[in-house]
Design a protein around this ligand. Structure first.
Ligand SMILES: *Cc1c(COP(=O)(O)O)cnc(C)c1O
Length: 435
């Protein structure tokens, strides 16, 4: 392992240049590294568990393109599928057999899905899922949990009002208040808040939307019985339960959180992993719900690049690899070993941390308290996270540049990777202690 002096000169120069032409130098905000008070790395390439910047530095990558690279970067079978598809043309705007093949695989993995629609991003999947829920129920309100991220559609850029279950305020400029008000934002892992919301807005809630394992405020598993209680409350109130499994689908199990916790959602949103690094996402549900969608039903949705042949080929290849029996056991073992070594390293340095992990997603929170919702995350020591991030980066470990993002473990991470990461973490925790 190299010493503590990586050179990021070319990245810095490119960033300066990029800032003149791209807003903030990036095409998605978290990439700007503002969450860690530094400048972003510019990437040259990635392969397996490693990512390489344009200064020639090698890193063990725990971002994995925000979870899309569960097989590791540039998996040969995925690349071959992409290459084969490219030769036949890049987009037809007409149906292909490969889309049906992909739908069959997803439907086989999710008991709750009978029909599917392919789209190009997680944002689009969730945006349409709530439109579908509104069309199906004839109701307008959506209940959402604070700290859960569902993409950047207007209705979901909403933040809690002052009470326990109030109509929300916009969390972004440009979102009209009347639109934010159609969303009710309540704390995650809080059943009483769901009950309050459904009672207060009796007969008006189209859907309760949740990340069944929250992974966009760091990783927060559902409390015991939480998902089942959501299921029951939705049934009692005739609201639909939407699981945003854009991160968890085909990651914490082939059938996502629904398989792991044995709960069925009404509508499921998928993205990230299923696209294998290409722009592909999906939402699916029972046939009677999905048949509300155009061209069969009256809820409109369309996409020029939906089911794009290259993205679909990559997805088919990736899912074939992921669906194989028992493949998630290896990932669980690697992830468990990373969790226990991080815990040990922090313990040795006397740095209090709380690790939340579900399968191959985890978070190392700088706190000695349990982390169960957004408020708990906000109370952690974010300053310590920033220092930890920098110390790890200097030692060749690429963590997400924000305390609110997960550590993503992939099939490509080796025992050697975990050992190197552990050594780096030992040093990083010790240096925090001495700060
Ligand atoms: C990333 C993410 C989205 C948005 O997906 P994009 O492809 O970035 O639009 C939605 N929901 C969850 C849970 C996500 O993690």
């Amino acid at each position: 392992m190299s010493c503590d002096s990586k050179n990021f000169k070319k990245s810095a120069l490119n960033y300066t240049e990029a800032c003149r032409y791209l807003v903030g130098g990036v095409n998605s905000p978290v990439r700007a590294y503002r969450g860690v008070d530094t400048k972003p790395l510019f990437i040259a390439s990635a392969k397996g568990s490693k990512i390489y910047d344009i200064d020639g530095n090698e890193f063990i990558d725990y971002v994995g393109s925000w979870g899309t690279a569960i097989l590791g970067h540039a998996h040969p079978k995925v690349l071959k599928a992409i290459n084969d598809a490219v030769k036949k043309g890049t987009s037809f705007g007409a149906p292909t057999a490969a889309e049906t093949e992909l739908a069959k695989k997803i439907i086989a993995a999710f008991k709750s899905i009978e029909k599917l629609r392919l789209v190009s991003s997680g944002t689009e999947a969730v945006m349409t899922a709530i439109r579908l829920a509104r069309g199906y129920t004839g109701r307008d309100l959506i209940v959402k949990m604070a700290g859960c991220y569902h993409g950047h559609s207007d209705s979901l850029l909403a933040t809690a009002g002052s009470g326990l279950a109030e109509q929300a305020m916009p969390s972004s400029a440009g979102v009209p208040e009347p639109i934010a008000k159609l969303t009710v934002v309540i704390p995650y892992n809080n059943i009483e808040a769901v009950k309050t919301a459904l009672k207060k807005f009796n007969g008006q809630v189209a859907a309760v939307l949740v990340e069944p394992v929250a992974a966009n405020m760091g990783v927060i598993p559902p409390a015991d019985g939480y998902l089942q209680a959501l299921r029951n409350l939705c049934d009692e109130n005739k609201a639909l339960l939407i699981f945003d499994e854009v991160i968890t689908g085909f990651r914490i199990a082939a059938g996502g959180a629904q398989q792991l916790f044995n709960i069925e959602a009404d509508i499921t949103c998928l993205g990230k992993v299923i696209g294998a690094g290409l722009p592909l996402a999906a939402f699916g549900a029972r046939a009677d719900i999905m048949d509300m969608l155009a061209p069969v039903g009256k809820v409109y949705q369309a996409g020029t690049l939906s089911g794009n042949p290259i993205a679909t080929a990559a997805a088919n290849a990736a899912l074939d690899l992921l669906i194989k029996n028992d493949c998630f056991k290896q990932l669980e073992a690697t992830s468990a070993s990373l969790e226990s070594s991080l815990a040990r390293a922090a313990g040795q340095a006397n740095i209090p941390i709380t690790i939340n992990r579900v399968g191959s997603i985890m978070s190392c929170f700088f706190t000695d308290k349990p982390v169960r919702n957004l408020e708990d995350v906000q109370a952690t020591n974010i300053g310590q996270f920033k220092k930890f991030f920098s110390k790890m980066l200097q030692q060749g470990i690429y963590l997400a540049p924000s305390a609110y993002e997960a550590i993503f473990v992939s099939f490509a991470h080796t025992t050697e990777d975990i050992e190197k990461t552990t050594k780096a973490a030992q040093k990083a925790f010790l240096s925090l202690k001495n700060d």
